[in-house]
Design a protein around this ligand. Structure first.
Ligand code: ZN
Length: 155
């Protein structure tokens, strides 16, 4: 990893979200939740959210500890999916996955998530960036178990 790649990876936005994560804490009265773990890096994310009867994510908060990429990604995720229908959140994950695997995507709809695009050059880091999204998927499916980046879909 040379210096230029590093600076691309740890962009200002990522560091800022790592130091001041958005929607950080425990959401009271959450009706969906899940925990995620990335054993390759040691990242842990707990997600709690509220979904209303129209399948809209009305509130979302997270707690966790891990590397800057995992925390920043979780912070950006909470910003992106708050107030969105569940179906749209799934769609965002798909596009984010494509971004991180180096595919051409419509970056306009990804918004700030594009700051994590540089991660695609570092396969081990892709798991850090997608941990929060796998956890979100588990929470939406109401799967109470801990998801691990080392099982299930290989991403
Ligand atoms: Zn990590």
């Amino acid at each position: 990893m040379n210096h230029d790649e590093l600076s691309e990876l740890y962009q200002e936005v990522i560091m800022e979200h790592n130091h001041h994560p958005r929607n950080y804490g425990v959401l009271p009265n959450a009706n969906h939740q899940a925990a995620g773990f990335n054993p390759l890096c040691g990242d842990r994310i707990n997600l709690k959210l509220n979904i209303d009867q129209d399948d809209k994510i009305t509130a979302i908060m997270f707690e966790g500890n891990g590397c800057a990429i995992s925390i920043a990604s979780a912070s950006l995720l909470t910003e992106m999916v708050q107030g969105k229908p569940v179906a749209e959140a799934y769609g965002l994950f798909e596009q984010f996955h494509e971004l991180l695997t180096g595919k051409t995507v419509n970056t306009a709809s990804l918004g700030k998530l594009t700051v994590l695009a540089g991660v695609n050059a570092f396969p081990a880091r892709v798991k850090c960036a997608t941990l929060a999204w796998h956890t979100l998927k588990a929470a939406l499916a109401d799967d109470a178990s801990t998801v691990s980046t080392e099982t299930g879909n290989d991403l």
